[in-house]
Design a protein. Structure first.
Length: 371
């Protein structure tokens, strides 16, 4: 009997704790909603008095400068909602309106506060500060933002990389390339696509720095450098890409080199791309080489793509067929030629050419056949 009494008491206590927990959770949710509404209302009170003038400037309609003058007379310093609102508009406007907004932000101390925020103990504030500096394109601030690439907060590090791309200062190239390789205490190892995108936005003065990274002992860094060379059209690094092919074994790097040669290569790179498209390489490398052949174009590329229609890898054959269609008249002629001479027993080539013909029909139906 005592055991039953204890069990009943424990059950009642458990139910009471569950009820109290549910009440506390509901109260927390309600309080959070109330706080969000209060913040939204506070933000509106800060932004509403300036919204019309700000939008007038952003749309380029402040021809007499009256909106800018009114905004300069409003005490905006320290109003977080206003800072965020003005900075967010910079991602939507360009040219003179953007310059006016930046000037307004500078006069109200946003640049100074953003610079101070880079050293904040809050990862969120560090990220927001880097983003604001990037959007405002504050000259000479790349060196201030670059250390965040090794930030322990991943959001701050990624944001810093994107901000450096917007700042477009040559000095950012080295830190960006170093941010790809894992560093101490789990830092570094930023997403390759983020770093590649940022590097591609930098000026031609970074070509040598990016090209030198092809010699890095880290394969991911080599791959990022190769892709950045292609995207940024650093034609001066063509020989560096060619040299890398002689020694490179990492398949990800080889795929990146193939992509880059498709953008900065010349007709004499076609034999190298044909080798990369051959069986024995990873499919990713082979497909990158096929796309590169398509980008280079020309008679030799058309011939190489025609040969790849009979490849045992169906994806390679289909991409070759699609590439021939993309090359318009010469490629389409080659596709028809291969289709006509292919026997019914050659299922592999027949499948690839049929795929190409189907693409032609679809484009013709959409009014783009033969372009």
């Amino acid at each position: 009997m005592p055991d039953l009494v204890v069990s009943a008491w424990v059950l009642r206590l458990s139910l009471w704790i569950m009820a109290v927990t549910a009440v506390l959770l509901a109260a927390t949710i309600v309080l959070a909603r109330i706080q969000r509404r209060r913040k939204a209302a506070r933000d509106r009170r800060q932004i509403d008095p300036i919204r019309r003038d700000v939008l007038t400037i952003a749309s380029g309609d402040d021809e007499d400068g009256s909106s800018a003058q009114r905004l300069l007379s409003v005490p905006l310093s320290g109003l977080e909602a206003v800072d965020g609102y003005l900075v967010s508009l910079l991602s939507k406007v360009r040219g003179a309106p953007a310059q006016q907004l930046v000037g307004l932000l500078q006069r109200h101390g946003v640049v100074r506060r953003a610079r101070d925020g880079l050293a904040s103990s809050s990862g969120t504030r560090r990220a927001r500060s880097a983003w604001a500096i990037g959007l405002m394109r504050v000259e000479g601030e790349a060196r201030s933002v670059a250390p965040l690439l090794q930030d322990s907060d991943r959001g701050a590090a990624v944001t810093a990389a994107r901000a450096l791309g917007m700042l477009r200062e040559d000095v950012a190239a080295g830190p960006l390339l170093r941010s790809v390789k894992p560093a101490r205490r789990g830092r570094g190892a930023l997403p390759a696509w983020v770093v590649t995108e940022a590097l591609a936005q930098l000026g031609p003065g970074t070509a040598d720095t990016v090209g030198a990274a092809l010699l890095s002992d880290d394969p991911t860094t080599r791959a990022v450098a190769a892709r950045a060379i292609g995207v940024a059209q650093h034609v001066s690094q063509r020989e560096s890409l060619r040299s890398l092919l002689a020694t490179e074994e990492d398949q990800t790097v080889l795929a990146a080199v193939a992509e880059a040669l498709g953008r900065v290569g010349r007709p004499d790179d076609i034999p190298s791309l044909v080798d990369l498209a051959a069986p024995g390489h990873h499919q990713t490398v082979r497909l990158s080489a096929v796309r590169a052949l398509s980008e280079l174009g020309g008679r030799a590329s058309v011939a190489a793509l025609g040969d790849l229609l009979s490849d045992e890898d169906a994806r390679v054959g289909e991409l070759a067929a699609q590439s021939l269609v993309d090359l318009d008249a010469p490629g389409i002629a080659a596709l028809h030629e291969v289709a006509e001479r292919t026997s019914d027993e050659d299922d592999v080539t027949r499948a690839a050419t049929s795929y190409g013909m189907a693409l032609l029909e679809l484009r013709a139906g959409a009014g783009t056949g033969g372009r």
